[in-house]
Design a protein around this ligand. Structure first.
Ligand SMILES: [Fe+2]
Length: 294
C-alpha cells in the first residue's frame, strides 16, 4: 500500500494506492489505513469499483456501521433505494430517476451543500464517512473538505479561550431552515421529533493524535446560554474563517473514487451540478462514533 500527500497539505488529505478494496484486508493494512485517517483526516482511493456489500465490509473494519434512517433523512422506508447500511446521497429515487425540482427529498438533500459534519445532530456523532462514486456528473458535483485541526491551531488566543468550553445545539432542522425548507409544512409532528436538537462541544480532541479541532457544522443553530441570533452570527463567522482556501481541499470526482473522511476533524460540503438532469450516484457508509461527547 502506498500513502502519499501533496506539497500544499503535508498533513491533510492523502492518496492511497496499491490496495484493492474488493479483497479482504489484513490487520496490518487496516491499522495502516486507520492511522492514516487519524493523521491526514481525508483519504482518497482511486479506481475502486466496489459494490454495496464490499463497501459495507470495508467500512466494518473501522467500527460499527451507523444505520441510515429516520433521524438522518426524510425518505420513507418503502421509498429507499439502498439498504439502511448505506446513506443514499445520490439525487435519485428508487427507480433511479432524478428527483424533480419540488420533491421534498431533493430540497432536504440540498442541505449537503452547506458546510457540515455528518451526523453531528446525533447524540453519538459519526466517526468516519466513506463515499463511493458509482456514477458522477459530467460537470460540477465536487466535494470540498476543510481541516478543522489547522483551523483550530490558527485561531487567535482570545478566540481559543472563548470557544474552549462552548456547547452548541445541532439539528437537521437548523441546517434545513437555513435553506428555507419548511419542516412544519413538510413533516408531521412525530417526524419532527426525530430532529430534536442535541448538544455537542465546540472543541474536541483526537485522543490518538492529541490534536484539538473545532467541531463545526451548519447543523448548529444555537450556543448554550446564548440567544439564537447571536449564536448564528458567531457560528457563521467561525464557519467562514474555518473554510478559507488555506484550510480547504477540493475533490473533483472520477468514477469509482472512494473517499474516507474523519468527521471529528473535518467539515465538508457538496457542490452544485445539474441534478434535475444528470444521475449522480454516490453511496455513503458511516462509522459510528465511540461515545457521547458530553
Ligand atoms: Fe455529508
Amino acid at each position: 500500500m502506498k500513502i502519499e500527500t501533496r506539497k500544499e497539505f503535508p498533513d491533510f488529505v492523502a492518496f492511497v494506492s496499491e490496495v484493492d478494496l474488493k479483497k479482504d484486508l489484513q490487520e496490518n493494512q487496516i491499522k495502516e489505513i486507520d492511522d492514516a485517517i487519524n493523521k491526514f483526516s481525508v483519504l482518497v482511493f482511486r479506481d475502486q469499483d466496489i459494490n454495496d456489500d464490499e463497501q459495507v465490509r470495508f467500512t466494518k473494519y473501522f467500527g460499527e456501521i451507523e444505520a441510515s434512517g429516520n433521524k438522518s433523512n426524510i425518505t420513507k422506508a418503502k421509498d429507499r433505494r439502498l439498504s439502511t447500511d448505506l446513506a443514499d446521497v445520490s439525487n435519485l429515487d428508487k427507480n433511479n430517476k432524478p428527483f424533480t425540482k419540488d420533491d421534498p427529498r431533493r430540497i432536504f438533500n440540498l442541505g449537503n451543500r452547506l458546510w457540515h459534519t455528518d451526523s453531528s445532530f446525533k447524540e453519538i456523532p459519526a466517526k468516519y464517512s466513506l463515499l463511493s462514486a458509482r456514477n458522477i456528473s459530467k460537470e460540477g458535483g465536487n466535494t470540498e473538505f476543510a481541516d478543522m485541526r489547522s483551523a483550530y491551531d490558527n485561531l487567535d488566543a482570545k478566540t481559543k479561550q472563548k470557544v474552549e468550553d462552548m456547547v452548541c445545539e445541532h439539528s437537521l432542522i437548523y441546517s434545513r431552515q437555513r435553506l428555507g425548507f419548511d419542516m412544519t409544512r413538510e413533516l408531521s409532528s412525530e417526524e419532527i421529533k426525530n430532529f430534536t436538537p442535541v448538544e455537542q462541544p465546540l472543541v474536541r480532541t483526537n485522543k490518538l493524535t492529541n490534536r484539538k479541532t473545532i467541531f463545526l457544522s451548519s447543523h448548529i443553530g444555537k450556543i448554550r446560554d446564548w440567544i439564537r441570533p447571536d449564536s448564528m452570527c458567531f457560528i457563521d463567522d467561525l464557519i467562514e474563517y474555518a473554510t478559507q482556501s488555506k484550510f480547504k481541499y477540493v475533490h473533483q470526482w472520477s468514477q469509482y473514487d472512494l473517499i474516507i473522511w474523519d468527521n471529528r476533524q473535518t467539515m465538508h460540503r457538496a457542490r452544485a451540478f445539474d441534478d434535475l438532469k444528470e444521475n449522480r450516484d454516490m453511496r455513503r457508509t458511516t462509522v459510528l462514533g465511540e461515545e457521547k461527547l458530553l
